[in-house]
Design a binder for this molecule. Structure first.
Ligand code: ZN
Length: 246
């Protein structure tokens, strides 16, 4: 008997769904990787669970923050070739692991029918506690539960099929960002400018920083990530833990 070959992510997939807690999460963790996918012809959909209405640093009245951040996320998506952006409208900072959230994510999975899902790790990152915002972990866990078993089980949330005609759908790969077990590095050096443009679209989040600070922070962080994952010196990387769910 031979040992099974280690699994590797598919070279190309037709559709990817990214499920994240807040506007800007997808851009910090994955916008470079997504720019590469859309350039290769993959259709990418964003599903943002909250409007990020508890974030920001400026004097924007709180009731305007949610709509503003939706606009910013939509603009950021365009920078990396994504035009399908959906918002679930849950309250920022107050996410809990509920059946309602699992159903709402399962609905989007069944609508989009992605081969690959990107979300945040449900596991706490002890060395980088800022990556483990409770909303991020809750969305990661809810999304994994939606991928397996809810979205693929026709008898889970039967109202999705009965009332909305949404058939069961099995996602093959889940890519977890901000994971303490990252095992897959993507070299995004050539699309770094697009990631930076996406992040700069989140004006309420980044405009308080002095000119150049965001770029300096990102290149330092991503260069170190590339080094840790044995990419050539000077390259910039985003990393994921890839989970195979078939
Ligand atoms: Zn966040």
């Amino acid at each position: 008997m031979t040992a099974p070959l280690p699994q590797r992510p598919a070279e190309h997939v037709d559709r990817v769904l990214c499920v994240l807690a807040h506007p800007d999460d997808v851009d910090f963790g994955s916008a470079g990787t997504i720019a590469g996918w859309t350039a290769a012809g993959t259709e990418v959909t964003y599903c943002i669970v909250t409007d990020g209405d508890a974030g920001g640093f400026d004097e924007t009245p709180r009731d305007q923050m949610g709509p503003l951040r939706r606009t910013e996320q939509t603009a950021a998506a365009k920078e990396v070739g994504v035009t399908d952006v959906r918002f679930l409208g849950y309250p920022d900072g107050r996410l809990e692991l509920t059946l309602d959230l699992r159903r709402d994510i399962s609905r989007v999975i069944r609508q989009v029918r992605p081969q690959r899902v990107v979300t945040t790790s449900p596991e706490r990152f002890w060395e980088r506690i800022g990556a483990s915002h409770p909303d991020h972990m809750t969305v990661g866990e809810s999304t994994l539960r939606a991928v397996y078993p809810d979205a693929r089980n026709p008898f889970a949330f039967p109202e999705l099929l009965a009332d909305e005609g949404l058939d069961a759908w099995a996602v093959s790969e889940v890519w977890l960002s901000a994971s303490p077990r990252a095992d897959h590095a993507v070299d995004v050096t050539d699309v770094f400018d697009r990631k930076l443009a996406a992040l700069r679209s989140h004006v309420t989040q980044v405009s308080h920083q002095p000119e150049g600070q965001l770029e300096e922070f990102l290149t330092g962080w991503m260069r170190q990530t590339a080094r840790t994952h044995a990419l050539p010196e000077g390259r910039l990387a985003e990393v994921f833990q890839v989970v195979y769910t078939d």
